[in-house]
Design a binder for this molecule. Structure first.
Ligand code: HEC
Length: 164
């Protein structure tokens, strides 16, 4: 072999080795980059789940509790808006609250029974215009002429429904 030939063969060999190295490098890049990307995605998802768990609010409204909440709201607003309750508390409670002077006491079922037996129209009439019974004297509109008829009737209903 001449020097020239040795040089040529050696250069070819080096070039081939470089080419093989490049090919191996590229193939390795191609096959592992997909893995790295997936690993990154998994780690990100796990992180997000962990963060969500850490910053989760203490209380949670579950769907099953919604009916309970919904049933409480009308009850609460009805209590506030009941004009009968307001009138009862402003006027009627003076006698009916504690059962003063023969007045049937709010919440006393036995005391209210004979009055309720007369029927609502009679109770309205007696509450509006006054009534002298066996137990005592019920003044017209509870002694408060400033009350409207509707207020007095609502108060009667309130006592009859809630106070017996
Ligand atoms: C000053 C006391 C007094 C006040 C205030 C009062 N009541 Fe009376 N109420 C009586 C008494 C006493 C009786 C029982 C009369 C009886 O049966 O002898 C009575 C009975 C009643 C009855 C039953 C009537 C019947 O026919 O059996 C109704 C209904 C009634 N009151 C509604 C009211 C309402 C509504 C108010 C408020 C707007 C009110 N009362 C305020 C004393 C009072």
């Amino acid at each position: 072999m001449t020097d020239r030939k040795v040089y040529k063969t050696f250069t070819g060999l080096v070039a081939a080795l470089v080419a093989v190295t490049v090919v191996i490098f590229v193939v390795a890049q191609m096959t592992t980059s997909g893995l790295r990307l997936n690993a990154g995605k998994t780690a990100l998802a796990q992180n997000q789940a962990a963060i969500a768990a850490r910053i989760k609010p203490v209380g949670e409204v579950t769907v099953s509790s919604a009916p309970v909440v919904n049933s409480l709201i009308p009850a609460a607003s009805a209590a506030v808006k009941d004009p009968g309750k307001a009138t009862f508390q402003s006027t009627c409670v003076a006698c009916h609250g504690a059962g003063v002077a023969g007045a049937p006491k709010f919440g006393d079922k036995a005391a209210w029974a004979p009055h309720i037996a007369k029927g609502l129209p009679t109770l309205y009439k007696h509450a509006l215009h006054g009534f002298s019974g066996k137990a005592g004297y019920m003044p017209a509109k509870g002694g408060n002429p400033g009350l409207s008829d509707a207020d007095v009737e609502a108060a009667v209903r309130y006592m009859v429904v809630h106070g017996k």
